[in-house]
Design a protein around this ligand. Structure first.
Ligand code: SAM
Length: 220
């Protein structure tokens, strides 16, 4: 898959996939999007003191690293399980320059997240353990038990096979009571799909720049 590095409005880079005409993050701000949609509105919002987070689409590791830092800040034991079909090359990770987002004494966590082996649980620090799974989520019959889901796939009009009733029903089956799923996509058909499966769905304000609204689904 050809990927190009492009800047976003908050000064952090993202990747652009020409054949999909799709970015990995919002062009209004990659890191602002990650911190708002996944950290503030899902991780921080979750009542679970020791949550398991499931990420659909590990990609650049931006959401994983922001969660790693938040877990340390909150001293909240966090298990992070993420799926990725097309892992990035280490050269791409280096060119993104994401490590400069965090304080120098935290940057080692970012490299550890990327260099650690796939398909194995690795403790990055005492409050954050990650398992990166190289797999196509369309081939999975079930997901690991979890409390928080970061649904960060490419847009439904670009990858319709990831935004299906089957996949959301499998997530619903694996997410705990009061579990939270957030995503950047607020399209009516996706909201209705999540509601039909059993989630309580709300549109909430998006990051300060860019998308006006995002989606949060809760299993009640
Ligand atoms: C919008 S990007 C988000 C990436 C990531 N969350 C980040 O912050 O960089 C979508 C990600 O989903 C991955 N992906 C696409 N199809 C997939 C599939 N069938 N199974 C698992 N991951 C997939 C892509 O390779 C890409 O890394």
């Amino acid at each position: 898959m050809i990927r190009l590095i492009v800047p976003t409005a908050d000064g952090t880079n993202t990747l652009y996939v020409p054949h999909l005409n799709e970015h990995y993050h919002s062009t209004y701000g990659a890191n602002e999007e990650s911190k708002h949609i996944y950290i503030s509105q899902a991780y921080v919002h979750s009542p679970n003191p020791s949550p398991t987070v499931l990420e659909i689409g590990f990609g650049t590791g931006l959401n994983a690293m922001n969660t790693c830092i938040e877990a340390l800040t909150q001293q909240r034991k966090t298990t992070y399980i993420c799926f990725e079909k097309y892992p990035l090359q280490i050269e791409e990770i280096q060119q993104l320059q994401y490590h400069t987002v965090w304080q120098p004494h935290h940057q080692g966590y970012f490299w550890h997240i990327h260099s650690c082996p796939w398909n194995t649980a690795i403790a990055i620090h005492p409050y954050f353990t990650i398992t990166k799974i190289q797999a196509d989520i369309c081939t999975l019959h079930s997901f690991p038990l979890c409390d928080i889901v970061y649904f960060d796939a490419f847009a439904p009009e670009k990858q319709a096979d990831l935004w299906t009733e089957e996949i959301f029903a499998r997530i619903y089956a694996s997410i705990s009571h009061t579990g939270i799923l957030t995503t950047y996509c607020v399209k009516g058909n996706i909201r209705r799909l999540l509601q039909s499966i059993g989630f309580t769905v709300e549109k909430i304000p998006g990051p300060p720049q860019g998308k006006r609204e995002i989606l949060r689904a809760i299993k009640q």
